[in-house]
Design a binder for this molecule. Structure first.
Ligand code: GDP
Length: 367
């Protein structure tokens, strides 16, 4: 007898023939106690909305529809990759709706960081990008740091309306939403649309009360992000998983630091002084003389200077040089998606080599 089977998530009729059609489940899944279609399986286990590119018209239409709604926008960014995750196109996408800028992964910053200074910097960056921010929060979706304060503020700011969560892929949007769902419902499991039917814009909606919902929008792919230029293995290595430890180098001018082989820092002019590096604790920093730096790179890239691994080497853009004259001490040179170097004394000229498309920038240190 051939029983008709249904997905335990969305109720669609299960079929095992066409992987790209609705209701597909591999034959091996039919034995599982709870049968899910591929789409629900992926949502449940990876908790992923399908990611979309900013270039994608369909997506722009979807996100752009937020412009015509009335709600609160949560723009989630990654504190370790602010430049790669702050969406400068946000005002175009969400119109006049108020924005709370929520910077995630605060657990990765050194404990000594000055959160007040950090928030000021984020306010400033958002303003420069033309994003009108009501408030900035530093949170950890993983550990729950500052989550209660944020939830109080969200409730205050949304004035009974919907909340839209917008962010680049990998900022921790799924973790964030799960945390909220868990707080609201006690459900620990990842969400699927089936729990929350009635999606209007093709987004996942999670009811907050009878009138309003928290809306999960698809993760935006930012092509110019370090994460897209490295293999999965290298991405694991350069992404910090615990508080980054300061690594202090006393350098004379004429010395170079390599961050694996992904970026390079040359001390060109200035008195001997400390440079403090904040990168994934697993990323090897190699110190050498400037005069030997090119040869080292030519002969040891992918070996002594790794990552890149073999896979990354195939896609990694060439390094391009940026020069910074830094007068004031306590200035950070930021390598988006990798980390930053704090210049302690100042009055220096340095050159930074980073993969083309990943432009370094400077900011006041928030130590
Ligand atoms: P999404 O693509 O935006 O939905 O991001 P995910 O929720 O899948 O998270 C991406 C990665 O960041 C995962 O490895 C998470 O474990 C990690 N992550 C998410 N939130 C935090 C956080 O607050 N702190 C740290 N250290 N990692 C986080």
């Amino acid at each position: 007898m051939n029983d008709t089977l249904y997905c335990g998530g969305c109720g669609v009729k299960i079929q095992t023939e066409n992987e790209n059609a609705l209701g597909y489940a591999p034959k091996s899944a039919l034995k599982h106690e709870e049968l899910l279609c591929k789409r629900c399986f992926q949502m449940r286990h990876y908790n992923k909305n399908t990611a979309v590119s900013l270039e994608d018209d369909e997506f722009l239409k979807m996100i752009g529809s937020i412009r015509n709604t009335d709600g609160l926008i949560i723009h989630l960014i990654d504190l370790f990759d602010v430049n790669g995750t702050l969406l400068s196109s946000l005002p175009r996408l969400v119109g006049d709706n108020p924005v709370l800028l929520v910077a995630n992964k605060v657990d990765l910053l050194p404990k000594s960081s000055n959160h007040h200074k950090l928030k000021n910097w984020l306010f400033h960056l958002a303003k420069e990008a033309g994003i009108k921010v009501v408030d900035v929060f530093l949170i950890s979706a993983k550990s729950g740091t500052n989550f209660n304060q944020l939830q109080i503020e969200m409730d205050k700011q949304r004035k009974g309306k919907d909340i839209y969560v917008v962010g680049v892929t990998n900022v921790g949007k799924s973790t964030f939403i799960n945390h909220i769902v868990h707080n609201a419902t006690g459900i620990k499991q990842a969400i699927t649309t089936s729990y929350y039917p009635g999606t209007t814009l093709g987004f996942i909606e999670i009811p907050l009360d009878d009138q309003s919902a928290l809306v999960d929008t698809p993760g935006v792919i930012n092509e110019e992000q370090m994460a897209h230029y490295v293999s999965d293995a290298d991405l694991k290595l350069i992404t910090p998983t615990s508080e980054v430890k300061a690594r202090n180098y006393q350098l004379d001018n004429g010395q170079t630091l390599y961050f694996g082989g992904l970026a390079r820092f040359d001390f060109i002019r200035g008195e001997k002084q400390p440079f403090v590096c904040y990168f994934s604790n697993r990323l090897h920093i190699h110190r050498t003389k400037l005069e030997n730096a090119d040869e080292l790179y030519d002969n040891h890239l992918g070996k002594l200077l790794s990552p890149p691994d073999e896979e990354t080497l195939k896609v990694l853009p060439t390094l391009t040089k940026s020069t910074f004259k830094i007068e004031e001490g306590y200035t950070d040179i930021v390598l988006p998606g990798l980390g930053w170097i704090t210049v302690i004394d100042g009055d220096v000229t340095v050159e930074v080599h980073s993969p083309k498309g990943i432009a370094p920038s400077i900011r006041r240190s928030f130590q």
